[in-house]
Design a protein around this ligand. Structure first.
Ligand code: AMP
Length: 176
């Protein structure tokens, strides 16, 4: 995992002062690190029954698409409000200031389908929590969540595990 961690670039004070932005574009641009990250995200699920991979806009699309391809299952985009053309269901979530909403197509998953949720990073867990609630609203069973990066000091993984969903991360950065 050292190779994967070393391929992630940190941009201090982006998008605002005090935030250490963990930039995965450098990992995505490194063929070996990208493949190693996708393989490591797939590996725990290789023997289990997964029907779909859901990815959270936008970096979760890149990683989740690759994971879905490797598991030979379909992909479900979870998008910011107002982007999807067909009938949608939505789930709001709290931000530091205000609220946001994620949406998916109402027919993107069938009741009882087992879904693996993918994103690049888990911080407070608010986004992943909203995605899980959304998938459950559609009747899906969320089998697990897979992230490249965990920021353990922000407690997101604990929050998701308290919802009864297992969390796997490839690497962690201390602090925020
Ligand atoms: P949260 O809902 O707090 O778990 O935040 C997770 C979402 O925000 C993910 O989609 C991440 O891509 C993004 N994010 C939050 N904090 C960071 C960070 N320090 N560096 C890069 N992306 C972040």
């Amino acid at each position: 995992m050292d190779h994967i961690k070393a391929a992630i670039r940190t941009i201090p004070d982006y998008p605002k002062l005090g935030i250490m932005f963990r930039d995965v574009t450098t990992l995505l641009g490194d063929a070996g690190a990208f493949r190693a990250a996708v393989d490591a995200m797939v590996q725990p699920h290789a023997g289990r029954k997964i029907d779909k991979v859901a990815g959270i806009e936008a970096r979760g699309f890149i990683l989740g698409g690759a994971v879905a391809h490797q598991l030979s299952v379909g992909f479900v985009p979870i998008r910011k409000k107002g982007k999807l053309p067909h009938k949608t269901i939505g789930q709001t979530y709290e931000l530091e200031y205000g609220a946001d909403e994620v949406e998916m197509h109402v027919d993107a998953v069938q009741p009882g389908e087992r879904v693996l949720l993918v994103d690049d990073l888990i911080a407070t867990g608010g986004t992943a929590e909203a995605a899980i609630l959304l998938l459950r609203k559609a009747g899906a069973e969320v089998e697990g969540c897979s992230f490249v990066i965990d920021l353990p000091d922000l407690g997101g993984a604990r929050k998701i595990e308290a919802m009864g969903v297992s969390v796997a991360s490839l690497t962690a950065f201390e602090g925020e």
